[in-house]
Write a protein that binds this ligand. Sequence first.
Ligand code: NAP
Length: 291
Amino acid sequence: MVLLDGKKLSEEIQAELAQKVSHLKSEGKKIPHLAAVLVGNDGASETYVASKVKACERIGFGSTLIRKESSVTHAELMTVVQQLNSDENITGILVQLPLPKHIDEEKVTYAISPSKDVDGFHPVNVGRMVKGLPCHLPATPYGILMLLEKYQVQTEGKHCVVIGRSDIVGKPMSILMSRNAYPGNCTVTTCHSKTKNLKEICLSADIIVAALGRPEFVTGDMVKEGSVVIDVGITRVPDATKKSGFKLKGDVHFESVAPKCSFITPVPGGVGPMTIAALLMNTMNASALDY
Ligand code: NAP
């Protein structure tokens, strides 16, 4: 069993990006600049945004964190996005989700200029992804593709089962694994909460991508020998022994699944750091997109 080490690969990618940035600086060229918008005080969102901003600083990107109270109005937030769209120094924009209930999340994220939408959530980016055109790929699936490529995991002709059909992970992952490219060329089955016989479907999978947000849902008896298992889940589970009061659990029961796998991602240290690396790659490449 080989551990797909997302932490190590993410560090390698960040080191390469840092070199590119210092090259851009030495040539007096514009450097990538990510603006992150954070609304409210949700603990997990604070942690995610802080790690994204810190990563930008570490590799020499510009970064701006815009914080708004959870009482911010929809109109105010739209104005923030529009200002960032027209700011030439800002190359990438992300609005950390979820947003408070009174804000129309779709309207806000769709207001981001597609070429600055480094999360890859805008319908223009989604459409371009489906068509195989240059675009910002959604960060988590993009990070998974880079991990599969780095470890030369064979995907062609394989049966890939994606558990979850969210717009940010499951749906794009299914599309990307079925595209005519590497990594891809899989026969894909997309599963969700209404899927029947999930265990049987998983047992026929060569590759499983678990993205449902249910801690340790995928167990050893659901996985065939030699499978590749990608664990996207991150759930905070209470743990009194930890200073934070919680520990992070994936969607895969690692102890029973790992011994059957050819490759598996750990949680933490697998898909999470790769999502950050992918976001930074999108931010680096944003100025090359002209739509
Ligand atoms: P989501 O929007 O809640 O979607 C969950 C999906 O799982 C839905 O499609 C749902 O089906 C399906 N599902 C739920 N229970 C199921 C069950 N018992 N059997 C089969 N399918 C089931 O979640 P998400 O945003 O995609 O995130 C999924 C997990 O990944 C979460 O733990 C999240 O924290 C984590 N995540 C991690 C990263 C990272 O960087 N590592 C990034 C993003 C998300 P329905 O459509 O029928 O409801």
